[in-house]
Design a protein around this ligand. Structure first.
Ligand SMILES: [Zn+2]
Length: 307
């Protein structure tokens, strides 16, 4: 090839590489709100959990396209449900210290089942202690049990999924007061805002039925009451009244799925701790989600393996 021809070809190649790809052009049209959803960090004393949580936060802040804020999806610490006061204090200190050291972004917290103190302590329950139950997590993370906030065109509603089950254990659902609050909240949101709902336990998820990785002996593939919101049918009816509810995000299951049902996207976003700091859980490596919410109400999730 003659030199002039080569230069022309090279220029053409360079020129074409500068053309925006389709997805880039699409994203350019609709402005994105970007945040990281880190759920099920389950930090506890030890080299792997402590450095793991730090690495995840460093990864978030090193992202090429910066994010606006972080949502902690709950289960910040390994466990307070069955832990002594000292042990719970140690875990909260650790969570707060790593967060303070490794993160400079705003964080919105969600309460996970393992963040609740003392419900399942063996023997005498510390239910006379002011910090019993959900009080401690609310104080230490300076948050309300459920709340909402607005970012640009998007309104976020953060729910408290974990209720004590009189029949034993805990159950995924909203208590009556919270359900009432949710209905009032939804009715008050201006119609030009899109809505993202955050819960620790998935409101709707297929991986909730895959957590135990088994089929029941009678052939059922079960969704247990503590693995998905048992009040889904009630919530569905409420959600049907608001076409502005666009997505629900959750954690809890340590598996990942993404589904769409009746016009709403439901994302279950894995776990920062993976198999509770023992590598992958089933097929899913430790990860967090980068969520992009666009000005037309659409959303995109990218799971990030940070290790
Ligand atoms: Zn959980």
């Amino acid at each position: 090839m003659k030199r002039k021809g080569f230069l022309q070809t090279a220029a053409a190649v360079i020129g074409s590489s500068l053309l925006p790809s389709l997805s880039f052009a699409e994203e350019g049209k609709k402005k994105a709100l970007r945040f990281a959803h880190l759920t099920d960090i389950h930090v506890k004393p030890g080299l792997i959990p402590e450095t793991g949580m730090a690495k995840a936060l460093q990864h978030v802040q090193g992202l090429k396209q910066p994010i606006d804020f972080i949502i902690n999806g709950g289960d910040a610490i390994m466990d307070a449900l069955e832990a002594s006061k000292d042990r719970t204090q140690t875990q909260w200190n650790l969570f707060k210290n790593v967060l303070q050291k490794e993160n400079s972004l705003p964080v919105y917290h969600t309460i996970g089942n393992h963040d609740v103190w003392g419900w399942f302590i063996k023997g005498e329950k510390p239910d006379n202690d002011r910090l019993y139950g959900k009080q401690w997590v609310q104080e230490i993370l300076e948050m309300k049990r459920y709340y909402s906030f607005t970012k640009g065109r998007w309104h976020f509603i953060v729910l408290d999924s974990t209720q004590l089950n009189p029949a034993g254990g805990y159950i995924g659902k909203l208590d009556e007061t919270q359900l009432e609050w949710l209905q009032q909240e939804l009715a008050a949101i201006p119609a030009d805002k899109f809505i993202c709902i955050v819960s620790h336990i998935p409101i709707l998820s297929i991986c909730s039925s895959l957590f135990f990785d088994k089929t029941e002996t009678n052939g059922d593939l079960l969704i247990k009451r503590n693995l998905m919101h048992t009040d889904f049918l009630t919530l569905k009816k409420i959600f049907r009244k608001y076409s502005t509810i666009k997505l629900c995000i959750s954690g809890h299951i340590h598996l990942q799925d993404e589904l769409e049902y009746l016009g709403i996207k439901y994302y279950c976003n894995g776990a920062v701790s993976g198999n509770w700091w023992g590598g992958s859980f089933q097929e899913f490596a430790p990860a967090y989600a980068v969520m992009e919410l666009f000005d037309d109400g659409s959303s995109k999730r990218t799971m990030m393996k940070y290790q």
